[in-house]
Design a protein around this ligand. Structure first.
Ligand code: SF4
Length: 218
């Protein structure tokens, strides 16, 4: 039987690059680079439940396991941190740690969707309507994400993404490489070799066939 539940972190992998997700999820491949190591070091600290603390009117719970077992989601994962403020009516806010802020924008869409999937689980488990922020360690800055304002739009995207992922998992199919993807920061570059197997233009394909024919004639 095909496993139907999906880890929240794999949604970020899929939206960053479906081919990379396929290598990780279906081919069980893995490779690290400096970006992965930086993220691991940052998460080592927050993924310790004993690191929870209280400060000026708020409680911060690190490494909280959450899930949503409704059939349209069937998600599970661990949040870096949930902050709780307010006495009578508690407000919850997810804090997701990232080592580096992207250049020229506040956040990457795949990171936003990772936090949105966490919200779907946190709201389900704690019966709330939580907020979510990204905290960038390099600039020591947090960015609020518009999760409530755009709930329906992100919810549709999440459901479509989960359906695509489940379909690929059931077929054991690794998605093809998407052309023009920025691969410079990807730890799987050596395994994937995108420049060798990336789709070429029609002109390029014809040239390749002709070259092969010439070789066969020798
Ligand atoms: S190298 Fe590029 S195409 Fe290959 S898995 Fe990484 S991001 Fe995707």
């Amino acid at each position: 039987m095909i496993k139907d539940d999906i880890a929240i972190r794999s949604i970020q992998h899929y939206l960053y690059c479906p081919h990379r997700w396929g290598l990780l999820e279906i081919d069980c491949a893995w490779a690290e680079n400096v970006f992965v190591t930086k993220a691991n070091l940052l998460h080592d600290r927050v993924h310790n439940p004993k690191a929870s603390y209280s400060s000026s009117g708020k409680k911060c719970y690190t490494s909280v396991s959450v899930y949503n077992d409704k059939s349209e989601y069937n998600l599970y994962g661990v949040t870096d941190c949930i902050e709780v403020t307010g006495d009578e009516k508690c407000n919850l806010c997810i804090v997701e740690y990232k080592p580096t802020k992207p250049k020229n924008k506040d956040y990457n869409f795949d990171d936003l969707m990772q936090v949105f999937a966490q919200k779907i689980c946190v709201d389900y488990v704690f019966n709330c309507d939580c907020d979510g922020v990204l905290y960038y360690a390099d600039v020591k800055k947090r960015i609020r994400l518009p999760l409530k304002e755009n709930f329906s739009e992100y919810d549709d995207i999440l459901k479509r993404t989960l359906a695509e992922m489940r379909n690929l998992i059931s077929k054991g199919k690794i998605p093809e490489i998407v052309k023009n993807r920025n691969c410079s920061g990807c730890s799987m570059k050596e395994i994937c070799m995108p420049t060798l197997i990336a789709p070429v233009s029609v002109k390029g394909s014809i040239k390749k066939v002709l070259e092969r024919k010439e070789c066969e004639n020798y």
